[in-house]
Design a protein around this ligand. Sequence first.
Ligand code: FAD
Length: 400
Amino acid sequence: MSKTRIVILGAGYGGMITSKRLGKLLKAGEADVTLINKHDYHYLTTELHKTAAGTEPDSKIALPITQFIDQEKVTFKKGTVSSIDYSGNKVLLEGGEKVNYDYLVVSLGFHVSTFGIPGIKEHAFEVRSFRSSKTIYHHIQRQFALYKEDEDPSRLTFVVAGAGFTGVEVVGELVVKLPELAEEYNIPFDKVRIVNVEAAPTILPGSADAAVDYASRILDKRGVEVKTSTKVLECKEDNIITDNGDLPSRTLIWTCGVQGHHLFEGTGIETVQGRAVVDEYLRIPTLKNVFCIGDNSYFKTGEKTPLPPTAQVALQQAPVCGDNIVGTIRGTELRKFEYHHKGSVASLSEHYGVGEVGGALLKGKIAAAMKKVIGYRYLFFLGGPSLMLKHFFGGGTSLA
Ligand code: FAD
């Protein structure tokens, strides 16, 4: 009899931790596990705002996948998934290769929602992947270089749309990096504008008033122009049109919302905002051999609100997903997924942060330190104490 084939799509938080769990649980020869990802590195999505602003070296954000999986039990395959044939149990990769599976885990992360706003797709920048975030940093550097030639003020107006957690984190890094770039290019910093546009009446919509007040004060102190109750209507190459006036700028960083992956479109799988609805065992209810976790999944129990697309959710789902695949293969009882919210913290640059943990408001240096602790905890989980210590002491992990 041929061996059971488990295929995991996406080596983000969900995919990496599911691979690790399966590597731990499966006995030698019990199943073949293949992890498929677009790139041969795993990037820390929760740190991409630092890549976008150039405040953290690449070696601390993009980590070589094969260093962190048990290669005796999990095979890594570099490839981009172009479609999934759910009835034929096959994944199709770009280039035409087909990968057959008995069990599938879909953990391909998010796509950015543009809400159909004209010009966003063409001209705005997305903090979506390591590559898209690097593109932002290169673009910012280029604007400083070109300003030396044409002194066009739109080059030095940097606009972040969205003041949710991701938006304020991007702004928090820009306030650190842009003064450094201004000095490097010998441009007075008073020529540089950092604008944060938010459609809701406050930044960090949905957060406690004290958190909103604190974050607003910090951004104001760091010279950020915050424009709340302001909607972006259109983005052009050199101008951003809002319902509160124009912002001549060549940099719109769009952080206004995410949706699931287009790979569910037209498959008949029930989705909400592009995210596949999953059952309590994290399976697609109509396909009991397909599991879906992280930003791709829409998990809701009873009347409760659905879980948000966060790393925290993906990291809690991954071990349950691994256990349930093994449970299905062995015919043992499956685990119901239960989410435990541990809190959320946004960094507002290296030294400041804001959020809540265990119901308590955290702000300032304590919140910034907490954000780092959360990051180190993940690195410990992924690569043990050596990875965590390497990052703590500034080394990072080389992709070479
Ligand atoms: P991801 O981690 O996005 O991984 C998806 C993987 O799939 C990637 O490796 C990608 O390259 C790969 N992939 C995609 N398409 C294909 C394809 N077609 N073929 C092959 N491979 C593919 N959440 C928190 O809980 N706390 C935070 O503080 C926090 N901060 C954030 C800050 C920023 C700047 C951003 C952008 C997000 C933040 N989030 C945070 C959200 C969090 O990062 C996501 O919810 C989390 O990454 C989801 O994990 P995932 O495994 O579903 O997908």
